[in-house]
Design a protein around this ligand. Structure first.
Ligand SMILES: N[C@@H](CCC(=O)N[C@@H](CS)C(=O)NCC(=O)O)C(=O)O
Length: 230
């Protein structure tokens, strides 16, 4: 299988299928196409009918949209623990994964993913506050109902629901957003995940910086530069 993605520093949608593929031990090759270059659109459309990544190429099958890729993998590899065990937990996991895929627009617009920087807390509008409250509620409910045996949303095993929310966890951290202690513990669990850590370290090796993605934001820490110099 071949997963085509964008910059690991910035591309939250790319991170999601990549993380779950790594977490369940699927072999794949990857191609990173950097965003905002003169040939970005041409390169992406060579692979992806939507002009967006991620896209998974599996022989003559092409699957685009992050959640469709995860769904395809779960169909193709039913023995791989992509979703949690049990019909009720799986229904909950798919509900929150789809809620994430289609929602939280205020957080996504105000706080674009950028693993390399820490920013000052943005203006906490009512819409942004409501998005964050709902995210904290989802994580709390999921952990209380299904997650008692480990740090992730469904316990000890990192599932597709965690993959969908991992970039959300990074945004709460990167934008210095005040969260409850249990939310912080979940964010820390994502950062401690070895596959997330591998993605983050690879992001810091990338040569590209896209200033347009930082316009209007106040940088309080250049994490990528600090970790590279450490
Ligand atoms: N809904 C899509 C979103 C994909 C998306 O927006 N991808 C961005 C990168 S994160 C992209 O390909 N942008 C193309 C560009 O900016 O040229 C998914 O879930 O995969």
């Amino acid at each position: 299988m071949h997963l085509v993605i964008a910059n690991k520093l910035y591309s939250s949608w790319s991170m999601r299928p990549w993380l779950i593929m790594r977490a369940v031990g699927l072999d794949f090759e990857e191609t990173v196409i950097p965003l905002r270059q003169s040939d970005t659109a041409k390169r992406i459309t060579q692979y992806s009918p939507s002009g967006k990544v991620p896209v998974l190429i599996d022989g003559d099958v092409k699957v685009w949209e992050s959640l469709a890729i995860i769904s395809y993998l779960a169909d193709k590899y039913p023995d791989k623990p992509i979703w949690p065990d049990g019909m009720v937990a799986r229904a909950y996991a798919k509900s929150i994964a789809m809620e994430m895929h289609g929602g939280f627009m205020h957080l996504r617009q105000t706080c674009p993913m950028n693993l390399g920087k820490r920013f000052a807390t943005p203006l906490m509008t009512d819409d942004l506050t409501a998005n964050i409250a709902r995210i904290e509620d989802i994580w709390r409910q999921s952990r209380a109902r299904f997650g008692s045996d480990g740090p992730y949303l469904f316990g000890a095993r990192f599932t597709a629901a965690d993959a969908m929310f991992a970039p959300v966890a990074t945004r709460l951290d990167s934008y210095s957003i005040d969260v409850a202690a249990d939310t912080r513990a979940y964010i820390d669990a994502i950062y401690a995940n070895p596959h997330f850590d591998a993605w983050r370290k690879a992001a810091f090796q990338e040569p590209w910086t896209i200033p347009a993605y930082e316009e209007g934001l106040t940088v309080v820490e250049d994490i990528k530069a600090n970790e590279a110099g450490a």
